[in-house]
Design a protein around this ligand. Structure first.
Ligand code: AMP
Ligand code: TRP
Length: 333
């Protein structure tokens, strides 16, 4: 039986190396395996849980599609579509929000981080965001969900919602309980300026991340300026416990070089950081620069990107409609 893969990326601009290594690179591998049916969703409904500029949203959706395609996802093999064009997502989210429990959502750490001290001013959408994410996944009988480490808790909630729905309505296995696909190592790429913070789209300093649209010079400059410490390269994994920034850069190197951390340490042990940074820059430029160029090229052909979405919406809609119809029947509508 084939695997059903579903994942989502928010069209909130500044897609970066963390998105790429934590998620998109894996999407490409999954897309290339003929055992998989893949769906990659640009989650614009999720994006508006935080204020977005309506004049920019559509183009941010296109940029996300361009990034998928430039990274190697083949729109002929995988379904690429935007969430707001398939009404079943919003409908299923409401029904599932009547299944999910407040106590479950209250535990979500991402809400706490994003809402910060202004919890009372956060949108209700930001709070119930993981329920919409569960709707996305469950509408397509998804078996596997590739994501970065920060989404682990949301996936556990999705599994709980699926199981409770199946139990409450006595429909064994109707909602497929999905498995997360999270890399064991380097599933959380950190900021280039602070090794204790996730690399993020919303961080003010552009020097904190490598954007997938950065050119060679920008990449080299950001690695040169990346925070490190004055010590030589470590000899042992243990030496990295207190050296978060160097650990992150070695992680990025290992990811790009398809090696493990220990092997990367062996290559550079005792050497100067500048020598390591140069090698890391070369690897990054080799991987990211072609993607960056391709994104820019694709963005010049908006009608091509819109066509990908249109095809994707049609395919996604036909799957989702069947599932939401059954869901409505089951709850008694
Ligand atoms: P988002 O941009 O929040 O929609 O995230 C899209 C995907 O990228 C999700 O699977 C995230 O888990 C993943 N992701 C985002 N930031 C990072 C990061 N710093 N390291 C690893 N994965 C990440
Ligand atoms: N919440 C995810 C993120 O911010 C994006 C997302 C929405 C998603 N729906 C999804 C990921 C469904 C996987 C499956 O990264």
């Amino acid at each position: 039986m084939s695997n059903k893969i579903f994942s989502g990326v928010q069209p909130t601009g500044n897609l970066h190396l963390g998105n790429y290594l934590g998620a998109i690179k894996n999407f490409v591998e999954l897309n290339n395996d003929t055992n998989n049916n893949c769906i990659f969703c640009v989650v614009d409904l999720h994006a508006i849980t935080i204020k977005q500029d309506p004049n920019k949203l559509k183009n941010n959706v296109r940029e996300t599609v361009a990034t998928f395609v430039a990274s190697g996802i083949d729109p002929k093999k995988s379904i690429i579509f935007n969430q707001s064009s398939v009404a079943a997502h919003s409908e299923a989210a409401w029904i599932l929000s009547c299944v999910a429990r407040m106590g479950w959502l209250n535990r979500m750490t991402q809400f706490k981080e994003k809402a910060g001290k202004e919890k009372e001013k956060a949108s209700i959408g930001l709070y119930s965001y993981p329920v919409l994410m569960a709707a996305d996944i469950l509408l397509y009988d998804t078996t596997h969900v590739p994501v970065g480490d920060d989404q682990k808790q949301h996936l556990e909630l999705c599994r709980d919602i699926a199981q409770k729905f199946n139990n409450d309505f006595k429909v064994d296995n109707f909602l497929q309980v999905p498995e997360p696909l999270i890399q064991k190592e380097f599933s959380r790429i950190m900021s280039l300026k602070d090794g204790s913070k996730k690399m993020s789209k919303s961080e003010l300093s552009d020097l904190s991340r490598i954007n997938l649209t950065d050119d060679q010079d920008q990449i080299k400059n950001k690695i040169k300026k990346a925070k490190t410490d004055p010590m030589p390269m470590p000899k042992d994994i243990k030496d990295l416990d207190e050296r978060l920034e160097v650990k992150n850069l070695l992680g990025i190197y290992s990811c790009l070089n398809n090696t493990n951390l220990q092997d990367s340490i062996e290559i550079f042990k005792g050497k100067n950081l500048s020598e390591f940074k140069e090698k890391l820059s070369d690897l990054l430029v080799a991987e990211i620069d072609p993607i960056s160029k391709e994104i820019k090229k694709l963005l010049e052909d908006k009608s091509y990107l819109d066509k990908i979405l249109l095809d994707g919406v049609e395919k996604a809609n036909s799957i989702a409609l069947k599932k939401i119809d059954r869901i409505k029947e089951i709850v008694g509508f």
